[in-house]
Ligand binder design. Sequence first.
Ligand code: PMT
Length: 269
Amino acid sequence: MSSRWEEFYASLAIPTDFEENKNKIKDFCEHVSSQQKIVLVTSGGTTVPLEHNTVRFVDNFSAGTRGSASAEYFLEKGYVVIFVHRLKSLEPYVRHFMGQKFLDMLEIHNDEAETSVVAACECLAPFGARAVLYLAAAVSDFYIPSSQMPTHKMQSEAGAPNISLQLVPKILEPLVNTWVPHAYVVSFKLETDENLLITRARGALSKYKHKMVIANILHTRKYRVVLVMATTCSEIVLDPEEIEAGIEIESKIVSELTKRHESFIAESV
Ligand code: PMT
């Protein structure tokens, strides 16, 4: 019997660039020594189309700041980084040069993001405990199945549309249990209600059995996060002086996480 995520993926058309992206990631990983540490960072928001010929879509707030800044700090720590993002989401280093004309001179590759996670996991499996998955993207939990989506732009003359969204199965389940069972998997939990934050993060940990959930509240996410692990919880908070000095919370998150990853590697040998 197939599971919900298998049915979900079977119902989707394979993206035209899937094989191409898979081969690119495979080629890239083949050039990385198996002794190196590697991280897959997912970053930014995802959109859900409302029409096949998409004029309208459901979006979310994430600009990709967390993921792109974290990718920079992972590079500083000597990690090989695979950065998965959607078109127009923030990319590493770009935020330092907003509006600068010389960026036009750089060659920037924008490939479709969402499908690359599956391809990348396949390539990361051989790295075992040396691989980190850092799932900072705000992935949509809802979608409209292809068979229920109109082909053309919805017409206002037809009245208010009745849109029924379905649940997207969490990719975390196959990822932790099947695709990269030996990797150090870190997911995020975003809430707007402080009373739910830790309970929901703990719920995700006990359901998916991965290593860490980084819990954050929408309005305080730039200066406070809680690292929730199986038996411990530790808070990272920037104080006013650190904020004033331009210290970014991602530097502290990555610093703490990479220490824990080192211990995990040591315990895994
Ligand atoms: O980009 P910024 O503006 O800097 O914002 C950063 C952030 C707030 C988006 C980031 O810190 C964050 O919290 N990202 C996760 C937000 C989120 O989608 O939470 P969630 O509760 O919907 O999902 C929890 C986890 O499940 C996430 O790690 C997500 O990658 C994963 N997920 C989500 C949907 C899905 N179908 N499958 C999944 O595996």
